[in-house]
Design a protein around this ligand. Structure first.
Ligand SMILES: [Zn+2]
Length: 100
């Protein structure tokens, strides 16, 4: 029995999925670049920050404290430490609102 007759449709199906996958991946790349562009241009007007931490570790040196930032205009989020960079960051983003 020969499977030769099956190879053509399987191969075509494979090529179709490869082409669809590539088209989607290309779109994702393009949209991702646009997303990076708008987050770089955004003035972060609707910005919130929240103190977070991991405390109570057996070894206190494992405890960590940070601030989570989120811009609700462009969805960018980032984290800073709770050290002196905090003062600097509030000067850069005086419009930021603290959430609990
Ligand atoms: Zn933003």
């Amino acid at each position: 029995m020969s499977f030769l007759h099956l190879e053509v449709p399987v191969n075509n199906t494979s090529l179709i999925f490869k082409a669809k996958n590539k088209a989607i991946q290309d779109n994702i790349q393009e949209l991702f670049q646009e997303l990076i562009k708008i987050t770089n241009e955004c003035p972060y007007l609707d910005l919130t920050y929240k103190y977070n931490g991991s405390s109570g570790n057996w070894d206190k040196s494992d405890d960590q404290y940070w601030i989570d930032w989120k811009c609700h205009d462009c969805s960018k989020s980032w984290t800073t430490s709770q050290d002196y960079s905090w003062d600097l960051t509030t000067k850069v983003y005086p419009q930021a609102r603290r959430i609990f």
